[in-house]
Ligand binder design. Structure first.
Ligand SMILES: [Zn+2]
Length: 235
């Protein structure tokens, strides 16, 4: 392989590694954001259950107060009943007591229903709190891992940047501008192998002359379509 082609190929490989490392680095904040969103969703659900629990609790207490108040009224009627003179009055009081008893039954039913809701919410809350704890531990571990990876990737990119500068400096002057233009347009793929009869950068079907030039030519061959530098994998 021509020395210049080897240089272009090496430089392209370093540039590609930089592109890949930067792409990976760019994904990390998104991953962290997703972790945070999952935690927020669980917190919102937790809050919903807590509100539901509080509402059921208040409604149950209200029902209990109603029952207590109705019982007091019944006691009063029973006291009054002892003092009535006629049978008719006595029966009227019995009727009132019966009515009140009916209302007590209704409120008792409401109280029980609310108590069941409270139990269910309580159980769900326990489960969710446990899930949140697990999730938080996972999130912390993952955040730490991502911080480590970020440091590693940044150090790797810095090292690659030094390699890149060295390789770029070694490139003969006339090729530098062309390389930079290609690198801007096709980051990390400025110099590509021929695959079969195609440019592996843009899949253009190359003419025979170009393919032969890539194998034997004195000048680096270039794709007729995308202008990338080409090398033959056999050479
Ligand atoms: Zn091409």
């Amino acid at each position: 392989m021509l020395e210049i082609l080897r240089q272009l190929k090496d430089l392209t490989e370093v540039d590609r590694a930089i592109v890949e490392a930067r792409n990976q680095l760019a994904k990390y904040p998104r991953t962290l954001e997703q972790l945070k969103q999952a935690q927020d969703r669980l917190s919102a659900q937790l809050k919903e259950f807590q509100d539901q629990l509080e509402k059921a609790r208040q409604e149950r207490r209200h029902a209990e107060k109603e029952v207590a108040s109705l019982r007091q009224q019944i006691s009063k009627y029973i006291d009054q009943q002892a003092q009535v003179k006629t049978n008719k009055e006595y029966q009227a009081m019995s009727h009132e007591i019966e009515q009140l008893q009916g209302r007590i039954d209704e409120w008792d039913t409401v109280g029980l229903e609310k108590l069941e809701i409270e139990d269910t919410c309580q159980r769900e809350l326990e489960k969710m709190k446990a899930a949140m704890q697990t999730q938080r531990a996972e999130q912390e571990a993952q955040s730490k891992r991502i911080e480590e990876l970020t440091r590693e990737k940044k150090a790797f990119i810095e090292k690659l940047a030094v390699d890149r500068e060295r390789l770029f400096e070694q490139l003969p002057d006339p090729f530098r501008d062309d390389y930079e233009i290609l690198q801007d347009r096709f980051p990390g793929t400025a110099c590509m192998p021929i695959e079969g009869e195609q440019c592996s950068g843009c899949n253009w079907h190359l003419v025979l002359q170009t393919r032969q030039a890539a194998k034997t030519g004195g000048e680096p061959a270039r794709c007729e379509h995308c202008r990338r530098f080409l090398y033959s994998p056999e050479s």
